[in-house]
Design a protein around this ligand. Sequence first.
Ligand SMILES: Cc1ncc(COP(=O)(O)O)c(C=O)c1O
Length: 405
Amino acid sequence: MNIKNIKSAFPIFKQKINGKPLIYLDSANSSQKPQTVIDKISHFYSTEFSNVGRSVHTLAVKATNRFESTRDKVKNYLNAKHREEIIFTKGATESINLVASSFGEKFINQGDEILTTELEHHSNYVPWHFVRQKKGAIIKFAPVNEKGDVEIDEIKKLITNKTKIIAITHISNVTGAIMPLRKIIDLAKEKKIPVLIDGTQGAPHLKLDMQDLDCDFYAISCHKMYGPNGLGILYAKKKWLDQLQPYQGGGGMISEVLKEDVTFASSPTKFEAGTMQTAEVVAFSEAIKFLESLGMENIQNHENEVLSYGIEKLKRNNSVNIIGDPKERGSVICFTMKGIHPHDIATILDDDGVAIRAGHHCCQILHDKLGMPATARASIGVYNSKEDIDVLCSAIDNCKKVFKI
Ligand SMILES: Cc1ncc(COP(=O)(O)O)c(C=O)c1O
């Protein structure tokens, strides 16, 4: 497969939107799916479907094997040490809720501190807010600077002997800042503080190696990695999973259920209560194959080229104000246009077949700091090209004409 004509692997691009070719610049929200992933879902339901981890009939055993072999594939893809460290969830949101709830229950008490940043998506704040409410904990926010970065020194300043966890994003879904994870994790290690990374915007774009990164928890959205919707992953170090209690109960996650007590299965099963997403997990193996066949370094280089081209071209348009100028930027360009509401920008761009997102992107704290209720966001995926950026820019010019600015 060649990255330059990779659009042909995605059937969605065969259609026109409002009579124009689809220019999809909303992958930070959710990515499109290659034909191989779609075919796998259809094939699984047509020929192999059964619930997993329960029955012993032929289909059930086959489905369970497919499900578990995807776990092995994810383990290898992330270079996790143990397959038990890979837990399937319904998305990064559930992955973070799992950690906040189970880790918070056991290790966070009155007056303890959770250290996060002003850049976070609501998924990496609201679950910690629940812990704050329940346990009387304190949430500290490392400030974002005018470039859209969070400096390591700001994180350092906020660490105290009450800090129980550092929960930070890998890449901001608004400023695009790539966080200095190596420095943050090294610092946390010195202080023996576990680190959770919201890897939602990192995993689709960067090569990951959990053993090298050495974080404690890493949350992933499979639906932003060209995989099926309704699926996420929590990578968690075995030492934590062995100590944590599950945060939801039900079928499949138990060892023994008695009237007097319940004991739980070991990880990952104890964190996967109830019927799991089956076709989604099985088909996610195709999304990994897709990423591996292109190579993460090639994907990164290609996306960086498109991103830099986009930033340069939009900078030349004096009606466009780009949000943030981080030291290292990944995949997103948030912008505003004087006199045009971001929702109007998104609506007018849609007339030209250009799909972007407008709003606060689930980052209200950051938008409050920016003094803006909303921004427009073009985000880049593997299928985008410089030509897509050209179409975006001419759609922005059309927008200017409509609003006479
Ligand atoms: C940075 C970030 N964190 C978390 C999430 C939530 O991910 P999910 O939709 O998989 O729950 C998103 C989704 O937009 C995100 O951009």
